[in-house]
Design a binder for this molecule. Structure first.
Ligand SMILES: [Zn+2]
Length: 253
């Protein structure tokens, strides 16, 4: 599932390959992916406009144009494909054709991605890769939620999914079960540093599945640092792996 690093790579691909191009046609016929817009509505708003800037907060992307803003979300399995041929079986759920003949497609076997005009970002917290130290301490270090659940809450900070949360907590040597409000300022700072490093590495390596913990993140897996068998439980509604020796504390909820 795309997390912040995958979405950042998609944003960067748009920045590299699609800015400055004028839209000749839009395929917005999938009224589920393009909800709440009716077919033809996004096309009417964007045809003739030029893509100007690509932005991201958490897992949400948006592209400024000379007309309205185009919001894109990759959902559970989507990807942005620029200047590729059409996908088989209608997997291009939304696409833009440029005057030069190239195209930008939102490709998604599972049809859970979204394309929308003027997206509402008000429910999203600050971006997990860009949030400052004080805001991170204040937003993450509060309440009784287990730390893992706090990291996954997109209104606290935006962009962390299941794999990035496990990777980050393992790097910071913090238990996913710790109550968020009980962390010290030093622990919160270490958590933020680990999150930034894990995110940076994932962007550079091609995705969150290339994290240091990921090869061991399976039944029977061992901690890559100390060799202890990893613990596995459901935390914050998601399957969670951690090293019980180095990531101690917290009670199973
Ligand atoms: Zn360990």
């Amino acid at each position: 599932m795309p997390e912040l690093p995958e979405v950042e790579r998609a944003r960067a691909a748009i920045e590299r390959g699609a800015l400055g191009r004028r839209i000749a046609a839009v395929d917005d016929a999938d009224s589920f992916v393009c909800r709440p817009h009716a077919p033809g509505e996004i096309a009417a708003a964007l045809t003739g406009q030029v893509l100007e800037e690509a932005h991201r907060r958490g897992k949400t992307m948006w592209v400024d144009t000379t007309g309205p803003v185009l919001g894109l979300h990759l959902g559970m399995a989507g990807q942005v494909v620029i200047d590729g041929g059409p996908a088989p079986r209608g997997w291009d759920r939304f696409s833009v054709t440029f005057e030069d003949g190239g195209r930008l497609a939102l490709r998604d076997k599972r049809r859970l991605s979204r394309a929308v005009l003027d997206p509402d970002l008000s429910a999203l917290g600050p971006d997990a890769a860009e949030i400052g130290r004080d805001a991170f301490r204040r937003r993450v270090g509060r309440g009784t939620l287990p730390l893992k659940a706090r990291l996954l809450d997109q209104s606290t900070i935006a962009g962390v999914g299941n794999l990035l949360a496990d990777e980050t907590l393992w790097r910071a040597r913090l238990s996913p079960l710790r109550r968020s409000g009980e962390l010290s300022a030093e622990e919160l700072d270490a958590l933020r540093r680990a999150l930034r490093a894990a995110t940076r590495d994932a962007i550079a390596r091609g995705g969150v599945h290339r994290g240091n913990l990921m090869p061991s993140r399976r039944r029977g897996g061992h901690c890559p640092r100390c060799g202890t068998p990893l613990e596995r439980a459901t935390v914050g509604g998601r399957t969670t792996f951690w090293c019980p020796r180095e990531q101690m504390g917290g009670e199973p909820g």
